[in-house]
Design a protein around this ligand. Structure first.
Ligand code: SAM
Length: 354
């Protein structure tokens, strides 16, 4: 059973999270200098109007507001805990001059100043259908601009690598392993082909207004950088995608969102989670079985065996990997969700002889 708390309050004070109470943060802030977030920054006294149109001042003011949250995230993380911050840069014309505002660089600098260590990050290459793909002077050099079709996933750590001291901790870690072929895909530094936010999880208009990231993005990060039973934090929760990924991955979660209008969206998404999560979980097993079969056909059978799912695997580290389905999501009177799990009901494909 896991526990998930969605708090509708300012993340500048994560008072529901004890010092070191979270193992992982997966989040995406409002992006400075992107027009859709101008009103939110303005409400907080750091809008472009307050800076009287001086863009550098506005950009810095917006980031100073975010720094307060990064400081809280640092406090809330346990030693060895990881923060994955998804952030996109912005382009804007200021005083008639078109320029880039590199938020990823500013967030990284702010987090390093707080004390985070930087780890290799990911470029998330988005699938966009932007009608005005070509910016600037069209076909004429040198005033045509590269299109911004990616976002950054900054990966930061609080201190040195986490240690797993007890047998129980090591067991949970072993159960949280990912398959060898998943590792090859998930740990590549460019991600593409992640489909948009799953429309079955919540109303599409709410998701596009919120700048939601895809479920798959959060699901991978949760599985890459935490183990079962950990608490995952999202200080800028929006529609609650990180919470859903934590629910699907047997982690606890705590989310902060300043705009209470997202409450019904989060509740509807949680209610719709089992079908979506279980599709993804069964798909993981099915894809793994297909991978094992393909390897055997190529004359390179897998040398190890995963015990819980009775399937071959490449490495000994996958032996105890255990996937479980979401059996149910309940919302308590206190607004806290609890999630129950059950064995996976994936159809067993025939496996070639070893
Ligand atoms: C880019 S969106 C996050 C979208 C989210 N990852 C999802 O998948 O739905 C940023 C969110 O942060 C919220 N927000 C902005 N400032 C905040 C603050 N100080 N505390 C908590 N939430 C805040 C905004 O209302 C917005 O919903």
């Amino acid at each position: 059973m896991t526990r998930h708390e969605a708090v509708f309050a300012d993340a500048a004070r994560l008072d529901r999270v004890a010092d070191g109470g979270a193992a992982l943060a997966v989040t995406s802030p409002p992006y400075p200098m992107i027009a859709m977030w101008d009103p939110l920054f303005a409400e907080r006294g750091a809008g472009i109007e307050q800076a009287e149109g001086r863009c550098d001042e506005a950009f810095e003011g917006m980031h100073r507001g975010l720094d307060a949250v990064w400081r809280e995230v640092y406090r809330a993380l346990a030693p060895g805990g990881i923060a994955c911050i998804v952030v996109g840069d912005a382009t804007r014309t200021c005083d008639g001059v078109f320029r880039l505002f590199a938020s990823h660089a500013r967030v990284l600098a702010g987090c390093l100043a707080i004390g985070f260590q930087s780890l290799p990050g990911i470029i998330w290459r988005k699938t966009t259908n932007a009608p005005n793909k070509f910016m600037g002077s069209g076909m004429l050099p040198p005033g045509a601009y590269v299109t911004l079709e990616h976002e950054h996933v900054l990966v930061l750590r609080k201190g040195a690598r986490r240690r797993f001291a007890t047998a129980a901790e090591r067991r949970l870690r072993a159960e949280s392993a990912f398959f060898w072929e998943e590792r090859n895909q998930w740990f590549s530094d460019v991600w593409f082909g992640l489909t948009g936010a799953d429309q079955t999880l919540s109303a599409e208009d709410a998701r596009s207004r919120s700048g939601a990231f895809p479920f798959e993005l959060a699901y991978r990060l949760v599985n890459m950088f935490s183990v079962k039973g950990d608490t995952v934090l999202d200080p800028f929760a929006g529609t609650g995608t990180t919470m859903l990924a934590a629910m699907a991955s047997e982690r606890h979660s705590i989310s902060y969102e300043i705009d209470a209008a997202f409450r019904p969206v989060v509740e509807a998404s949680a209610a719709a989670l089992p079908a979506c999560a279980n599709r993804r979980i069964r798909e993981r097993l099915e894809r793994h079985r297909a991978f094992v079969e393909a390897r055997a056909r190529m004359g390179r059978p897998c040398a190890n065996r995963n015990e819980p799912h009775d399937v071959a695997c490449v490495s000994g580290q996958e032996r105890h990997l255990l996937l479980r389905e979401v059996a149910g999501v309940e919302r308590g009177d206190d607004g806290v969700f609890t999630v129950r799990y059950a064995p996976v009901r994936a159809p067993r494909a025939a496996e070639p002889e070893r």
